[in-house]
Design a protein around this ligand. Structure first.
Ligand code: PHE
Length: 350
């Protein structure tokens, strides 16, 4: 853990070991240069505690870059709750309230919302002790609800922009899109894609989700083993991170990767691997800003829903077009171009 902290370029990590549950809580604050840190709270099992800390650190950096590209006045942060294997769900509300208290004690260093493994009703419980630092509570509790549909809208806009760049045509008619993960982002994304006339394939590890999308909706299911090698126009990862790596990139048979998952590249070299294979990669932090942008806009700037949606679409389209331009101009990967744009913004603020 010491070496993780030494190598990380971020500002602060708050660590709590929740005694009643054995859950490790890490709140990583990467940068507060542009504003207070804000990011989701992720809850899942990790192979070990070190992995949980590493995830929080990488995700917090992703948030900082995510806000920097469109120039939002927020800093990057993320919280991770690492659950023990035998976690008893009955202990969840108590855990969330103790976590809320911790966020409250930080006094505005870190604001949070939902992420993988947490949802708006969880935010309601966290807000009992954590308000006013909790975003995306349910409408019943005075919040604006799930951030997933807004993230999905941004990813959908990103897919259109990528098609325009790769094929010279924004139309999705007859285009094949493979969506990995049908959760809070992948689900609404599939609706957008079907509405636009795309042929949608999906992959998921959750059996109930597979049954629903395959049997009720009638989409083609692709197993995890076949996923990377499946021929498609767009591959859209909307689940876990690290899925683009030295093993999977050579297998890909898509023209572009545009998805909502955070930290899709396992390591920096993977961006070059994609470029060498002439696969257009839309950097995750550029296209998945929609959830955070809409929720923060609605809850701190008084945006109406419609306005939030048009902001998300306009921002993602513009940002991605700029990333593609810079990458072409400088002959660098799209990931390097996006980092350059974000770093410039962070530099001017420091
Ligand atoms: N899960 C969101 C993301 O990764 C985090 C978030 C949601 C932040 C809602 C603020 C408000 O971008």
């Amino acid at each position: 853990m010491e070496s993780l902290m030494q190598q990380w370029q971020g500002e602060t990590v708050i660590i709590q070991h929740d005694k009643p549950t054995g859950v490790w809580i890490f709140i990583a604050v990467y940068s507060t240069l542009l504003g207070p840190a804000a990011g989701g709270t992720r809850m899942k099992r990790y192979p070990d505690v070190r992995e949980a800390l590493r995830d929080a650190m990488r995700l917090a950096k992703g948030m900082a870059y995510k806000y920097a590209v469109p120039g939002m006045p927020w800093g990057g942060g993320k919280a991770v709750m690492a659950l023990p294997d035998d976690f008893d769900p009955a202990l969840r509300p108590g855990l969330l309230r103790r976590y809320g208290k911790l966020v409250h004690q930080l006094g505005g260093l870190f604001y949070t919302g939902p992420d993988m493994g947490t949802c708006s009703p969880d935010m309601d419980v966290i807000a009992e002790t954590g308000a006013p630092y909790i975003f995306a509570c349910t409408p019943e509790a005075g919040g604006s609800g799930s951030s997933g549909p807004y993230t999905a809208l941004g990813v959908f806009t990103g897919i259109l922009a990528a098609c325009e760049h790769a094929f010279g045509d924004v139309s999705l008619h007859g285009r094949r899109v493979l969506v990995q993960g049908t959760g809070s982002v992948g689900g609404p994304l599939i609706e957008h894609l079907r509405g636009a006339g795309a042929e949608v394939l999906f992959s998921d590890v959750d059996e109930a989700a597979v049954r629903y999308y395959r049997d009720d909706v009638g989409l083609t299911f692709v197993s995890s083993e076949e996923m990377y090698g499946t021929e498609c126009d767009i591959f859209s990862p909307c689940a876990v991170g690290g899925i683009l790596n030295k093993n999977t990139v050579p297998e890909l048979r898509c023209k572009a990767v545009v998805g909502g998952a955070n930290n899709q590249l396992e390591e920096v070299d993977d961006a070059e691997r994609l470029r060498r294979r002439e696969i257009l990669y839309a950097p995750d932090f550029v296209v998945n800003v929609g959830g955070a942008m809409a929720i923060l806009g609605m809850e701190t700037l008084g945006w109406e829903r419609d306005h939030a949606e048009s902001q998300v679409s306009a921002n993602v389209r513009q940002a991605l077009q700029r990333v593609f331009e810079v990458a072409d101009e400088k002959d660098i990967s799209t990931e390097a171009a996006a980092e350059l744009i974000a770093d410039e913004r962070l530099k001017t603020a420091s």
